[in-house]
Design a protein around this ligand. Structure first.
Ligand SMILES: Nc1ncnc2c1ncn2[C@@H]1O[C@H](COP(=O)(O)OP(=O)(O)OP(=O)(O)O)[C@@H](O)[C@H]1O
Ligand SMILES: [Mg+2]
Length: 305
C-alpha cells in the first residue's frame, strides 16, 4: 500500500470514529447515574451504596515499599517518568480541537504476558493523573480473574465490575470506592466465579464502556487488564477503549512476543508502549520506564523515553 493510500485510509478511519463518537454521546442508557447524586435507592442496594459512599484511605506505606508513586514524591524521578507517560495520553483524551479520536478518555493498560507491570503502571498512571488537580480518574480493575488493585492500594473491596455487569439491581455508584485522593475513584474487579472472564466480552461491558465515554468525557478511565496472549479478554477490552498502553518488560519479553501481542490490537487507533523495569539509561535506578507512542502500528512508533 502506498503512503498516499495509507493516509487516505487513516482519514477515513478518523471520520468513521468521529461519527461513532457522536452516536455514543446520543445513546447512553440510564443505569449509569451521576455518581455524586444522592437520590433514595431501594433495598438491597442501599447497604451497598452506604458502603460505597465511604472514603477509603490509600495505603501509601505499602505503595512506597513497592517503589510506587506517593504524594510527597512530586519531584522524584518516578513522578517525572509518569509525567512523560501521561502527557500524550492526556493530549489525546482532551485535545484543543476535535482530533477525531473516539473514547480517547478510556485507556487500557495491558501487556503481552503476565507480570510485565500492568498493575504497577495502571496504578501509578492513575495516581499521577489524579494528583493533577483538574483531572478526575476512575481506575478499573478489569483483570477480574487475577484482581490486585484494591489489595495493592490497601482498600477492602467486596463487590465490583463483575457484580455490576451481571446483577441489574446493582447500580454504578454501588461499586465505586472513593479514595482520600479526591480525584481518584476505584472500581474493583468484583466477585470471581466461572463466568467472570466472559463478562468482559459481554454486551453489558460494551454498554458500560460507551456510557463511561459518553457521560464522563471529562474523566480519565484507566483499565488494568489481563495480558493479551494469556487470554482473549485483553484484546476484547482493547476494542472498547480509545487508547492502549502496552507495557513491555525490558530485557525479558522477546520481540516476537511483543509483535504477536500488537497484532491483537489491530482495532486500536492509539497504542503507546511503556518499556518497564529497564536496567540501563536511568542513572542509578534499577527500574525505569521509557515511553513510545504511535498511531495504530508499532512500526510507526516514536520513542520519547
Ligand atoms: N517499574 C517497576 N519498578 C519496580 N517494581 C516493578 C515495576 N514494574 C513492576 N514491578 C513489580 O513487578 C511485579 C509484577 O508487576 P505487576 O503486578 O504490576 O505486573 P502485572 O503485569 O500486573 O502482572 P499480572 O499479569 O500477574 O497481573 C510486582 O511485584 C511489581 O511491584
Ligand atoms: Mg496485574
Amino acid at each position: 500500500m502506498s503512503i498516499i493510500e495509507k493516509a487516505l485510509n487513516k482519514a477515513l478511519e478518523l471520520e468513521q470514529s468521529s461519527t461513532n463518537k457522536k452516536a455514543d454521546q446520543q445513546n447512553f442508557p440510564e443505569r449509569l447515574e451521576n455518581i455524586e447524586a444522592a437520590e433514595p435507592v431501594p433495598e438491597p442496594t442501599r447497604k451497598a451504596t452506604a458502603e460505597a459512599s465511604k472514603i477509603h484511605s490509600i495505603g501509601w506505606s505499602h505503595l512506597r515499599e513497592k517503589g510506587m508513586l506517593g504524594p510527597e514524591m512530586a519531584y522524584s524521578q518516578i513522578a517525572e517518568e509518569y509525567r512523560l507517560i501521561k502527557r500524550p495520553l492526556l493530549m489525546n483524551a482532551f485535545p484543543d480541537g476535535d482530533n477525531g479520536l473516539s473514547r480517547a478518555n478510556l485507556i487500557l493498560v495491558t501487556s503481552s504476558v503476565p507480570g510485565e507491570g500492568k498493575t504497577f503502571t495502571a496504578v501509578n498512571l492513575a495516581l499521577s493523573i489524579a494528583m493533577e488537580r483538574d483531572k478526575t480518574v476512575l481506575l478499573i480493575d478489569a483483570d477480574v480473574a487475577k484482581p490486585s488493585i484494591a489489595e495493592l492500594l490497601g482498600i477492602p473491596a467486596k463487590i465490583g465490575l463483575t457484580d455490576l455487569l451481571q446483577d441489574k439491581s446493582i447500580r454504578f455508584s454501588d461499586v465505586l470506592i472513593k479514595t482520600d485522593i479526591p480525584n481518584l475513584t476505584l472500581l474493583p474487579a468484583g466477585k470471581l466465579d466461572r463466568h467472570s472472564t466472559e463478562l468482559l466480552a459481554s454486551d453489558a461491558m460494551k454498554r458500560l464502556a460507551n456510557e463511561l465515554s459518553a457521560r464522563y468525557p471529562d474523566r480519565v478511565v484507566i483499565f488494568d487488564s489481563p495480558p493479551l496472549l494469556a487470554a482473549s479478554q485483553g484484546s476484547v477490552l482493547a476494542t472498547l477503549v480509545g487508547q492502549v498502553v502496552l507495557v513491555i518488560e525490558s530485557e525479558s519479553t522477546p520481540q516476537y512476543i511483543v509483535q504477536e501481542a500488537i497484532s491483537k490490537l489491530e482495532s486500536c487507533e492509539v497504542i503507546g508502549c511503556v518499556l518497564n523495569k529497564t536496567k540501563k539509561g536511568f542513572g542509578f535506578r534499577y527500574y525505569g520506564y521509557g515511553y513510545g507512542y504511535g498511531y495504530g502500528s508499532y512500526g510507526q512508533q516514536r520513542t520519547d523515553g
